[in-house]
Design a protein around this ligand. Structure first.
Ligand SMILES: Nc1ncnc2c1ncn2[C@@H]1O[C@H](COP(=O)(O)OP(=O)(O)OP(=O)(O)O)[C@@H](O)[C@H]1O
Length: 724
């Protein structure tokens, strides 16, 4: 067989021969025949012979049968909805509720239906009598007879008339017999039948006549349920939609009569929708399709909220899974949240917080995460944060710290009921309250880190807090969940912004392993509102609708937009719908459970009761003011190291005091050299005479420290567990 590359190769060789006039003239046909009989390969002696990169088609291509079997994708024997008891229960519940609704709806309206039918009975009677008379008179044959008259065909007319006479005679007989039978039956009923049978018969007759008298445009019985008519998704519809995207490769293929999309599985029902799966043309990626989701929805003739193109992480980038829901995701009825009415939570285990497009629960394990929630205003960010905090509240061990920096009281249902620390507002004193508490939390973080380090390996094998460790009161390793709405208020604060950022970055980085969870929500996810140290280290990300690539990537991670994870595609109606990255999986689209303020109050009250029983209610929820944390809890050594540059090996304490006062005036304001001396003493740092030059240029010796001593003390402190 001729290989398509052969001509090209021969052409190259010919060119080479022409460049070298001493070479033989090549006969193309002969050369081709020679090549076909002796294919060049690595074993060829001719160094100039080109190596064929494509193996002959007759040779085995790819893995063998067993290899393909080993990597084959097996479809589920038992479908998911049958395997999951919860899904089966939900589906059965829906069907039962549907029929209960239909029965109830019609039962209530039965008298109305009866009255309507009775009113229509005279019309029905007239129609019946008229219809019967027309039948007896053989009116249906009239047009044919008239046609015979118009054609002036006497033979045909006579034949038809005779037939009609016979028919009319027979039908009159049947009608008279029927009338007498009916009349006899009526008299018999009137004379012999009990009252109820008479009433039943008259009722049935009236209803039957009423039904016969109904108008086509005024049905007596209305539908109890308007079932949305979702047309079946077929391959033609999918191809039509893909063709309307304006992707050149697909259009070219379709222009040449090909499909432009290779279905790899039949189109099937998948939850409340259809699923089509296949390969896009070479070079076209799923992202190209996601980018044109609106056009896709137009091509499919479906609302935007029904159309969800997705990439599959373990497939190539051109493998498209298209899920087309029967209903708009934002409007589809959601199953009842299991925790709405009852139940508690173990924060170390997954808890459902939303449903995916297919109506299946999506779970989150709040422990070991730090989360950011981002969205433009009014898309459901606060509701989502409150939902996560309510979940945390239902674990009686969890200590909650809630900060509503919008100040509208959205977090009060959690805060007032169970929070250890709670504040609503963005005034100076609210920020100071948060600063004091976060400082204390950072100390707590350090204590926990040391505690975990000092625990025997068999008790703490993974160097992180576990559910069992959290249960041990004496260790104080219970979960701490901090939630802040509109966190940009903290980080953009003139005075405390830097410090809050520093503490939060620490909590995001080291918090998860030590049982401290930080949940931050912001409506302006940019580098200032959500510092990169925080956004880059958050392990769970929730992104509701955002307007641009920058915000998208700030919340969902660098290059998420490029990979096709685009929260920009959500519409304004998609409240609560977001991309969720976490739980070790790729981005998923989730519609969070809708819990409004009254429902949140009820859950909060329930959580409080559970805490009262467990004896874990404390702090703000009990009306306790935060205990004074004993003044500033700064890391003095770190601050001194920060104000003494590397180049300055020795420095006077009075200079350190001045620089510290500049760094944190509220903490070190008014410090003199002596304060530095006495504050550093407990850390084992000796003050010594240091030679230097005063500001006016006089050389003198004053009390000071050596920078290396500070660094040594810090290293020693970090190495020695339990050290101050
Ligand atoms: N999961 C949800 N399902 C349906 N609707 C929701 C959901 N979550 C929130 N909403 C609706 O969206 C509205 C806005 O929600 P929310 O107050 O949480 O927005 P926000 O993003 O915090 O706004 P802002 O930036 O102004 O604080 C709510 O009033 C609610 O009606």
């Amino acid at each position: 067989m001729k290989h398509p590359d052969d001509d090209y190769e021969l052409f190259n060789r010919l060119e080479a021969e022409m460049a070298d006039p001493g070479a033989d003239v090549v006969d193309l046909d002969k050369a081709r025949a020679a090549r076909e009989s002796t294919p060049a390969g690595p074993e060829s002696d001719d160094p100039a012979a080109a190596v064929m990169v494509d193996r002959p088609t007759t040779a085995a291509a790819g893995p063998g049968y067993l290899g393909r079997l080993a990597t084959a994708k097996r479809r589920d024997v038992v479908p998911l909805w049958l395997r999951s008891l919860a899904e089966l229960r939900t589906a059965t519940g829906w069907v039962a509720r549907h029929y209960a609704h239909v029965v109830g709806y019609h039962a209530l309206r039965t008298p109305v239906y009866a009255a309507r039918l009775s009113l229509q009975a005279p019309t029905g009677l007239a129609r019946f009598v008229g219809g019967s008379m027309r039948w007896v008179a053989d009116r249906e044959g009239e047009p044919v007879r008239l046609a015979a008259v118009r054609r002036e065909d006497p033979a045909e007319y006579l034949k038809l008339s005779r037939q009609r006479d016979g028919r009319v005679r027979l039908r009159t007989l049947v009608a008279v017999l029927g009338m007498f039978t009916g009349l006899g039956l009526a008299i018999a009923l009137y004379v012999l039948a009990p009252d109820w049978l008479q009433a039943l018969s008259v009722g049935a007759l009236v209803l039957a006549l009423g039904a016969h008298g109904r108008k086509a445009d005024a049905p007596v019985i209305h539908r109890a349920v308007e079932v949305p008519k979702a047309s079946k998704l077929t391959s033609d519809i999918v191809l039509r939609a893909l063709g309307s995207l304006g992707i050149p490769a697909i259009n070219q293929a379709q222009g040449k009569g090909r499909d432009g999309f290779e279905f790899t599985a039949p189109i099937t029902r998948d939850g409340p929708g259809w699923r089509a799966e296949g390969n896009l043309p070479y070079g076209v990626t799923v992202t190209d399709v996601i980018e044109r989701r609106e056009r896709l929805a137009s091509g499919l003739r479906r609302p935007l909220g029904c159309v969800w193109p997705e990439a599959v992480s373990d497939e190539h980038t051109g493998h498209l899974v298209l899920w087309v829901g029967d209903q708009d995701m934002s409007k589809a009825k959601k199953p009842a949240w299991p925790l709405l009415k009852s139940g508690t939570v173990d924060l170390f285990k997954p808890v459902a917080f939303g449903t995916d497009q297919r109506g299946r629960w999506v779970e989150i394990t709040l422990m070991y995460i730090a989360a950011v929630i981002g969205a433009i205003p009014r898309m459901g960010k606060t509701f989502l944060l409150r939902l996560l905090l309510l979940i945390a509240a239902l674990d009686p061990r969890a200590e909650l710290h809630t900060y509503d920096l919008k100040g509208t009281g959205d977090l009060d249902p959690v805060g007032n009921a169970v929070s250890h620390r709670h504040r609503a507002g963005d005034e100076e004193e609210d920020i100071e309250y948060a600063v004091r508490n976060l400082r204390a939390l950072r100390e707590e973080l350090r204590r926990r880190a040391k505690m975990i380090r000092s625990l025997p390996r068999d008790i703490c094998p993974e160097s992180k807090v576990t559910s069992q460790l959290a249960d041990k009161h004496s260790l104080g390793l219970h979960p701490i969940v901090i939630g802040a709405d509109e966190c940009q208020v903290w980080f953009e604060h003139d005075k405390y912004g830097k410090e809050l950022e520093e503490i939060c970055t620490d909590l995001v980085k080291r918090g998860p392993a030590t049982g401290i969870v930080l949940l931050l929500a912001t409506q302006r996810p940019d580098a200032k509102a959500l510092p990169t140290g925080i956004s880059a280290n958050a392990s769970a990300r929730f992104c509701l609708k955002v307007m641009g690539q920058l915000e998208n990537d700030m919340v969902l991670g660098t290059s998420a937009y490029k990979r096709g994870v685009r929260a920009t595609m959500f519409s304004w109606a998609d409240k609560g719908i977001h991309y969720f990255i976490g739980e070790g999986s790729d981005a998923r689209i989730v519609g969070s459970v809708y819990v409004d303020a009254p429902a949140a109050e009820a859950i909060g009250a329930r959580a409080r009761k559970v805490r009262e029983l467990a004896g874990t209610l404390a702090g703000y929820a009990l009306g306790e003011a935060p205990e004074d944390t004993g003044g500033p809890s700064y890391d003095l050594l770190a601050d001194v190291a920060a104000v003494v540059p590397e180049a300055e090996e020795r420095v006077w304490n009075e200079r350190i005091a001045a620089r510290l006062a500049e760094l944190r005036p509220d903490v070190y304001g008014g410090w003199k050299g002596e304060n530095v001396t006495s504050a550093l003493k407990p850390h084992g740092i000796r003050t010594r005479d240091v030679a230097g030059t005063t500001d006016d240029g006089t050389r003198t010796t004053r009390r000071g420290i050596v920078r290396a001593d500070i660094l040594n003390a810090m290293t020693e402190r970090n190495e020695k567990p339990g050290a101050a």
